[in-house]
Design a binder for this molecule. Structure first.
Ligand code: SF4
Length: 259
């Protein structure tokens, strides 16, 4: 399956989606109604994941939520996945893992992260997700423009090379809005947030961040790497009616499904 051109045109695009709970709820409700059984969420169960997952749960607790268990996560993240899923009543949280034989063959000592982190992410994240990508047409992510300079022009809807669409309904949300939403809804926080972690991935590749740093500054710190490979650039079809400036930003930031 794929998202048709008419379906893609009808999706919300950059510049027309307000950063608010009401608007995010409207977008999610519309997409879930128009693409029944074709929508899935990808979540890292990290520092801000509760905000998207709570809004998904408010619409439909049975929407599939995928979590990539790389085998290198903080134990706190695995516990938080279970706690948050239970708190929100999520009914279909699916954990993906790398193939055991592939890990034994390509990373027998568990040192791949030290000398080739891109290969490590490919083995533990990209390839396990590739197996399920064809099952869904809309992949919802919780990425936001404010998280890092590399996400500053993040589109709301991104056409992918395989015909699917990545939807980023929180693209315009600010850090203050995220914090307010967490507080207002009394959502449980990832336990590492209190220790200065504002973006949380695998343990070997994550450190706390200081005041004034981007929230993602602690991911692959000291390396040029800024994404795990789930969001690497691919050619995209610009949204219909987009002006040249928007097409340029969309094309630059278009990525494969998912976080
Ligand atoms: S984030 Fe680090 S440990 Fe996790 S898969 Fe990527 S390179 Fe490996």
């Amino acid at each position: 399956m794929a998202v048709s051109e008419d379906e893609y045109k009808a999706l919300p695009h950059q510049g027309v989606v307000a950063a608010s709970e009401e608007e995010t709820g409207r977008v999610l409700a519309s997409v879930l109604a128009r693409f029944p059984g074709r929508v899935a969420v990808i979540s890292s169960f990290g520092a801000e994941s509760a905000v998207l997952l709570a809004q998904i749960a408010a619409q439909d607790k049975a929407v599939p939520v995928f979590f990539l268990d790389t085998g290198r996560h903080f134990p706190e993240t695995l516990a938080y996945r279970d706690e948050l899923s239970q708190h929100l009543g999520l009914e279909d949280v699916r954990t993906l893992q790398p193939a055991r034989k592939e890990v034994e063959y390509r990373d027998p000592e568990g040192q791949l992260v030290a000398f080739d982190p891109d290969a490590c992410c490919a083995l533990r994240k990209v390839e396990p997700l590739d197996v399920v990508l064809p099952e869904f047409d809309i992949w919802v992510t919780g990425r936001k423009r404010m998280q890092a300079a590399t996400r500053a022009a993040l589109p709301v809807a991104e056409r992918q090379a395989d015909g699917s669409v990545k939807l980023n309904p929180l693209a315009g949300w600010s850090e203050a809005q995220i914090a307010d939403f967490m507080k207002e809804k009394a959502l449980p926080a990832h336990p590492l947030v209190a220790r200065g972690y504002r973006s949380i991935g695998c343990e070997p590749c994550t450190r706390p961040v200081g005041a004034g740093e981007d929230s993602r500054a602690g991911r692959w710190a000291g390396l040029a790497k800024t994404e795990c490979g789930l969001h690497r650039p691919v050619p995209v079809t610009p949204p219909p009616g987009a002006d040249k400036e928007e097409i340029s930003a969309t094309a630059l930031l278009a990525e494969r499904p998912v976080e």
